[in-house]
Design a protein around this ligand. Structure first.
Ligand SMILES: Cc1ncc(COP(=O)(O)O)c(C=O)c1O
Length: 400
């Protein structure tokens, strides 16, 4: 008899709701044609990577000797790459980061799992706010921790009194994600200040370190003029930033990101050592070497974000005009929309009648909402809008 880890088997066998819908879209497309299926399920960037990405790949491949090009870098990432990224962070956010505060990773998912393993021990608690990226629970539990999900307020910003009540002697980290998947909400300075003040006070009360983990794969995807997402390190010393270029450069399949450990942390060297140790323990050493060099060559560049802004405006305005209640997204590429009945899954099933594929919000920790990923061709949105209008009308008229 072959025995395996039951928890891991369950994770492997049970697909996420998003993956289920994504697979359904493929089957349905084969039946009725892809142009007739409106798949808003997955956050795969629809805008091509900027030219600098392919140019850098070609140049680096041409100019770098093969053994060096394809060889291992340091476990924590190439020194020159980390220096370039550190300089970028210093220049843009005013944090005196050096290469020794940075660990290159295989995307934000790896940044998060490594960070959680690095700071938290089995049995401790990691707190986050609903709605949250569904994989957080898997990542936290993988580190032997519990993910405690707290409510947000009516604007989907953190509920600070819930946070004050929830932090206990078992709390090791608070995990935030701004711009947020699935709501598109961006935390302003006031939110970070409040969070920092609460965490400082709780650290004193319990006499222990409580870390802030800022998950930032959507940092550059903000749409209102002059909006800059505040940099969490500037507000709270015990901060780790988990970043990836998956969305900003439209390269999610290339798996490249980093962890930045705030040099203002009293024990930043110990935390960085724990990050390196967690990377080693999880087998996440030496992030893809070619891609490390590519992101350094493209530092500060993004794909054409204006396409997402146009999508947001088109989609948001139309849905509101049909009577949907939509959280106004300042960033990322998702709309969080109130379902037209209490049960969001039942609503998504009804939407399928119109070939609209939406994700129920329950898995993101908020009932009664659906997520719509608008990282799609603008034409797909334009063609889907009449279906959204008919769906709203059907509910208004109470049709079965
Ligand atoms: C909020 C959030 N965090 C982390 C990730 C994982 O990003 P990556 O593909 O870089 O691992 C995603 C991916 O969609 C995300 O939405």
């Amino acid at each position: 008899m072959k025995t395996v880890n039951g928890k891991m088997r369950e994770l492997g066998e049970k697909r996420s709701v998003i993956r289920e819908i994504f697979e359904y879209a493929k089957v349905r497309s084969a039946e009725i044609g892809a142009e007739n299926v409106f798949d808003f399920s997955i956050g795969n960037p629809s805008v091509p990577a900027p030219d600098c990405v392919n140019e850098a790949i070609e140049r680096i491949v041409r100019e770098t000797p093969s053994v060096l090009l394809h060889g291992y870098t340091s476990a924590q990432g190439d020194g020159n790459v980390r220096k370039t990224v550190a300089e970028y962070i210093r220049r843009n956010f005013g944090v005196p980061l050096t290469a020794d505060n940075l660990y290159m990773t295989c995307g934000a998912a790896a940044s998060l799992t490594i960070s959680m393993h690095a700071v938290a021990s089995a049995g401790e608690e990691i707190i986050t706010f609903a709605p949250y990226f569904t994989e957080y629970k898997v990542f936290a539990e993988g580190a032997g921790c519990t993910l405690k999900v707290l409510p947000s307020d009516g604007k989907l910003l953190p509920d600070f009194s819930a946070l004050e009540r929830a932090i206990s002697a078992r709390t090791r980290a608070v995990l935030i994600n701004s711009p947020n998947n699935p709501s598109g909400v961006v935390y302003g300075e006031d939110v970070l200040r409040r969070l920092a003040a609460i965490l400082e006070a709780k650290q004193r009360e319990y006499g222990k370190d409580i870390y802030l983990i800022a998950d930032e794969p959507y940092r550059e995807l903000v749409y209102d003029d002059n909006m800059v997402v505040p940099y969490a390190m500037c507000y709270y010393a015990n901060t780790l930033v988990c970043y990836s270029w998956s969305k900003s450069l439209s390269i999610p399949g290339e798996r490249i990101g980093y962890i930045a450990v705030n040099p203002a942390m009293e024990n930043h060297q110990a935390v960085y050592a724990a990050v390196c140790g967690a990377g080693r323990s999880l087998g996440y050493v030496c992030a893809p070497a070619l891609l490390q060099r590519v992101v350094a060559a493209c530092i500060g560049m993004t794909s054409d974000i204006s396409v997402y802004k146009a999508n947001r405006d088109l989609f948001y305005d139309a849905l509101v005009s049909y009577g949907y209640e939509v959280i106004h997204p300042d960033g990322a590429f998702y709309l969080f929309v109130k379902a037209l009945e209490e049960d969001a899954s039942a609503f998504c099933e009804r939407a399928k009648k119109y070939e609209l594929l939406l994700v129920p919000g329950d898995d993101f920790g908020v009932k009664g909402y659906v997520r719509i990923a608008y990282c799609v061709a603008p034409e797909t949105i334009r063609r889907a809008l009449p279906a959204f209008e008919k769906l709203a009308k059907e509910y208004r008229e109470g049709k079965e």
